[in-house]
Each structure stands twice: as structure tokens, then as C-alpha cells.
Design a protein around this ligand. Structure first.
Ligand code: HEM
Length: 552
């Protein structure tokens, strides 16, 4: 009887403990998510939109096109606003003044690193490297990688662009010809552009002839395009959920390296009748494929370099692709920085993740702007056809000096930024522009809001007008008025490369084809990059006789 009484009293002690622990957790959660941001936070009185008692501002943000909700809030509440994410009441602050952006992005950039959830999302999808490192590790890697992006290499890379671009022109021309209609043909253009830019990045970044334009089954391109197609909001939220779970990022990282997790998840998804496991399985399978191919390419480069080293030759064998230059620097005994195989492979993922998808989104929007602005299209065509008539394979300098092409590309980058926003987090209590930002606060970098700020760009800030670049407004600042590539130590290392790729591609396309819309204005959708939702349908007509570039 005593034993029963003692056990019962132990049980009730345990139950009391459990109930106590669960209630405390619940109370803490209610305090953090609901009470703290509204009644106790030092930021509670900052201006900003009304917030839902539990979900904060998340539905307003998710329900509007990328960056638009912040645009309206800044217009209504001024240059500093506070918003709230859902559980656990994570507070965000967003600034638009130059001085605040300078503090956060430039002067004290490492006091405002990317938040860990963003680093994990980027790390898993685009390699743990420049995009994810902070502080001195970032500085060191950046110093080491800068030379591979210098202008002299860009000049040399430029000639490599011609082959994939000519292939694209040929493929589209033949397709139109076989259609036998004088009105041209409707194309879903994002797939074609993605393939062309994939072929360019493979050649310039890895020295790898991918030729996905002619080879629908190209494994790297296929795996990468499947990954890109996973980009939508529900999937992003699922991945976000995974990386924010304790240990979730580590599990995800090992899953993409393993040969059995992807097939297992696919099987489980089939068995459970297509659940949320589907996108995760596809992500793991395709990421692994990208990893395996990158590793093979890297191994080939390393073994080539070792052979050259043995024979006493230059380690890159005269090659100028970014990977060869990095391998050379890694093996060079005088190089201050050594990168092991894993780090090199991460950089390859970064080039694909940061370099390919962003440029492809920019090119898609550029074609939409061309198609929907006839006079702009004709003006740009005239400039490009004149150049191509003089020189069928224009070089870096020729393209660089086309004034209207430059204006056009700048305007696309301003109004349709492929990365319309990014995020930082205060690593310590800070004062920014006289405003207190407590440690842990999320800092929303509203690039698109700045790019369309009427106070900088004037009342026509939301209109597409390439000519504005010939008469820049007084308040224009070359670093902070357009944040498409952001600013400071994390600014895009591939900016010049992306701009030159876009110019080369658009110049040849507009010289060879006429573009008209074959759909209503596309909706903008953004998970990581901003794209036209559901692809982009344009009618393309071949123009004669501007077929100079295809005759090589
Ligand atoms: C239109 C095309 C592009 C856009 C709009 C773009 C935009 C950006 C932005 C906004 C960042 C900063 C992200 C952040 O810190 O939150 C960034 C970083 C980066 N981009 Fe780009 N990018 C483009 C093309 C490229 C290309 C072609 C490459 C390389 C092949 C590239 C490589 C990188 C890398 C390595 C970083 C990390 C830099 C660092 O943190 O030091 N990007 N890019």
C-alpha cells in the first residue's frame, strides 16, 4: 500500500513538474510573441503598420508583390518603420535614409550580419562561402576572390559569351522559320534565357562546356532548373521551417550530401501521397546532383593543375575561368590563402546560386520591358544594330560604350531588382541614425523601396524610363540610390559580370528579334529572386537582315 502511495505521489510530482514546465513555456511564448513587442519592447512606439496580434505583418508581406508592402508603409510612416514577424514576435526595423544604410551596410557592416536563418538557407542552396561568411573570415575570402572578378578577366570572358548567345539566336530563328508564319512565334522565354545564361556561367566560372541549349538532358542544367522551379512561397516557408528547427540546418546539410536521403524522401512522399515531403525530396535529390557534378569538375581541375605543377608549367594552363584561377591560387605555394576541396566546391555552388538565377531573372524582366515599351525597343535596336553591322562579334569595349543600352540595363536593375530585398540582424545594441536598435532586431534591407523612392528619383520614380540615367536627379548617390547589388563589404562581387552578360545578350537579341507581349502583365513572384510568375510568354519575330552574329 505504501509502495502504491509513494509511486502515486512521485507520479503527481512528475505531473506537476511537467505541467509547470509546459505552462512556463507557454507563458514565455505568449510573452515573447504577443506581449513583449506590444508592451515592453523599446521599439514599441516606433512608427509602422498595424500588426495582427499573433501573426504580426507576415500576411501583408506575403500577400503583396515583392517589396510593395514596405514601399507603402515607408510612404505612410516615413524613413524608419518597425514590423513584426510571427512567432516568436521577432521585430524588424527598416531604414531608407542614406546615413542609416551607410551605417548598416558599410561602416558597421559586420555588426549587422545576415541572420542565421538566412545564412543557412543560402548556405544549403548556394554554398557556405562568401554569401554566408561574416567578419574577418569574410574579409579574407573576399580579398582572395576579388582578383578573379577583375576587369581584365571580364574583358577576356566577354568573347566567350558569343557562342551561347549565337546558339540561342539560331535555335529561336529556326523554330520561327519552321513555324512558317510571318507573325513569328510565341515562346516561353525564361527557359531559353536560363539555358543560355547557364551555358555562359558554366564557361566563364568553371571552364565547362555545358551546352544546355542543345542538350535538354544536360544533368547540371536539369538539376539546377529543377531547383529553381522549386522557388515559391510555400516551399520557401517549408525550408525556412526546416532550417530554424534546432539542428535542422545541420541535418539538411548532411542530407544533400548523402546518396540515400533523396531517394528515401521521394519514396516516403510517394507512399504518403504527395505531401510537403515532395519539394524537400526534390530539393535534396537535385542539390546532391549539383554537388556531385561540381565535385567532378573540381577534381578534373585539380588533377590538371597537379600535372601542370609537376611539369613546371603555369597552374591554370592559361585558362581564365574563375574556378581555374581559384585552383591556381590555392595550389600556389606563395599564396597566402589555401582553400580545400570542400571550400572550392562551395564557391562553385555560390556562382551558380548567386550568379546564374539572379542574372536570368534580370534578363527575363528586361525582355518584358522591351516587349511592353515599343519606342524603347526601337531606340535600343537602332543602337545595337548599328554596332553589330560594324562588328559582328562586338567586344567588351564596344558594348560598354553603348549609352542607351547602359541606360536600359540600369533602369531594368532599378525597377525590377532580381533580389528586391535582403536581411540583416543587429549583433549588438546599436544606435543607427539616432534610433536605438536592440541586439537581435531583424534589419530589413528594402532595396526596392530605395530604388523607387520618390524623394530621390522624383514623382515618376515608378515608371520605366531609361532616359532618366542621362539626367540623374540631384539627390542621386551612386552607392545608396540603387541597392540592387547592395553596398559595402557584401556588395555583389559579380555585379560587373552580370551587367556585361545582360548587355551582350540583350544587344544581340534586340538586334535580331522583334518582341511583343503574348500575355497580360506578369505577376511578380519572389522566394529568393524576383521572377515573372508562371514564366513569360512573348511573341518573337525574326528581323532581317540583322543576322550577322548567327553567321559565325
Ligand atoms: C543581376 C544579377 C545579380 C544581382 C541582382 C545580384 C545581387 C546580389 C546581392 C543583392 C548581393 C548581396 C546579398 C546580401 O549580402 O544580402 C549579392 C552578393 C553576391 N553575389 Fe550577386 N548578383 C547578381 C549577379 C551575380 C553574379 C553574376 C555573380 C558571380 C558569378 C554573383 C556573385 C555574388 C556573390 C559571390 C555574392 C556574395 C558577396 C559577399 O557577400 O561578399 N552575383 N549579389
Amino acid at each position: 500500500m505504501d509502495i502504491i502511495r509513494t509511486s502515486a505521489s512521485h507520479l503527481s510530482e512528475h505531473a506537476t513538474l511537467y505541467v509547470g514546465a509546459v505552462s512556463s513555456l507557454l507563458l514565455y511564448a505568449v510573452y515573447k510573441a504577443i506581449l513583449y513587442p506590444r508592451f515592453f519592447s523599446p521599439m514599441r512606439s516606433y512608427p509602422g503598420p498595424q500588426t495582427h496580434w499573433l501573426f504580426g505583418n507576415v500576411f501583408d508581406i506575403l500577400g503583396s508583390e515583392p517589396g510593395r508592402s514596405y514601399m507603402e508603409w515607408h510612404k505612410q510612416y516615413g524613413p524608419v518603420i518597425r514590423t513584426i514577424a510571427p512567432f516568436p514576435g521577432y521585430e524588424n526595423i527598416s531604414f531608407t535614409s542614406y546615413s542609416a544604410l551607410k551605417t548598416i551596410l558599410v561602416d558597421r557592416a559586420y555588426d549587422f550580419p545576415k541572420p542565421s536563418y538566412l545564412r543557412d538557407l543560402l548556405g544549403i542552396a548556394a554554398g557556405y562561402g562568401l554569401l554566408t561568411l561574416e567578419g574577418s573570415e569574410h574579409q579574407e575570402l573576399r580579398r582572395w576572390m576579388n582578383p578573379a572578378f577583375r576587369l581584365n578577366f571580364l574583358h577576356e570572358h566577354f568573347d566567350i559569351y558569343h557562342k551561347p548567345i549565337s546558339s540561342l539566336v539560331d535555335i529561336v530563328s529556326n523554330d520561327i522559320k519552321s513555324n512558317e508564319s510571318k507573325d513569328g512565334k510565341v515562346f516561353e522565354v525564361t527557359k531559353l534565357i536560363n539555358s543560355c545564361l547557364m551555358d555562359i556561367i558554366c564557361l566563364t566560372a568553371f571552364g565547362y562546356e555545358c551546352d544546355s541549349l542543345h542538350n535538354e538532358d544536360q544533368p547540371l542544367a536539369n538539376a539546377y532548373h529543377s531547383l529553381v522551379n522549386l522557388q515559391n512561397l510555400p516551399n520557401l516557408l517549408t525550408f525556412f521551417g526546416v532550417v530554424t528547427l534546432p539542428g535542422g540546418a545541420r541535418i539538411a546539410k548532411s542530407a544533400v550530401r548523402s546518396s540515400w536521403v533523396g531517394p528515401l524522401l521521394t519514396r516516403l512522399n510517394d507512399l504518403t501521397g504527395n505531401t510537403f515531403l515532395g519539394p524537400i525530396a526534390s530539393f535534396v535529390r537535385n542539390m546532391r546532383q549539383v554537388n556531385v557534378i561540381s565535385q567532378q569538375l573540381l577534381n578534373e581541375k585539380l588533377s590538371e593543375a597537379h600535372q601542370l605543377q609537376k611539369a613546371g608549367n603555369s597552374l591554370d594552363g592559361g585558362k581564365i575561368d574563375v574556378l581555374s584561377l581559384m585552383v591556381k591560387a590555392s595550389l600556389d605555394k606563395d599564396s597566402p590563402y589555401k582553400m580545400d576541396g570542400e571550400a572550392l566546391s562551395s564557391q562553385m555552388l555560390t556562382f551558380l546560386g548567386a550568379g546564374h538565377e539572379t542574372t536570368a531573372s534580370g534578363a527575363a524582366w528586361a525582355l518584358w520591358e522591351l516587349a511592353s515599351h515599343r519606342s524603347i525597343q526601337e531606340k535600343l535596336r537602332k543602337e545595337c544594330q548599328e554596332l553589330i553591322a560594324r562588328n559582328s562579334t562586338p567586344g567588351y569595349q564596344d558594348i560598354k560604350h553603348l549609352r542607351y543600352l547602359n541606360n536600359f540595363v540600369q533602369e531594368v536593375m532599378r525597377l525590377r531588382p532580381p533580389t528586391p530585398q535582403t536581411a540583416r540582424q543587429a549583433a549588438k545594441d546599436s544606435m543607427v541614425d539616432g534610433v536605438f536598435v536592440p541586439k537581435g532586431t531583424g534589419v530589413f534591407i528594402a532595396s526596392r523601396v530605395v530604388n523607387e523612392d520618390e524623394k530621390i528619383w522624383g514623382s515618376d520614380a515608378h515608371e520605366f524610363n531609361p532616359d532618366r540615367w542621362d539626367a540623374l536627379p540631384e539627390k542621386y548617390d551612386s552607392t545608396f540610390s540603387m541597392l540592387t547589388f547592395i553596398a559595402g563589404p557584401h556588395h555583389c562581387i559579380g555585379r560587373n559580370m552580370a551587367i556585361m552578360e545582360l548587355k551582350a545578350l540583350l544587344c544581340v537579341l534586340v538586334a535580331n528579334f522583334d518582341f511583343t507581349p503574348a500575355q497580360a502583365t506578369p505577376k511578380e513572384t519572389s522566394a529568393i529572386t524576383m521572377k515573372p510568375e508562371g514564366g513569360l510568354y512573348l511573341r518573337l519575330k525574326r528581323l532581317n537582315p540583322a543576322d550577322v552574329l548567327t553567321q559565325q
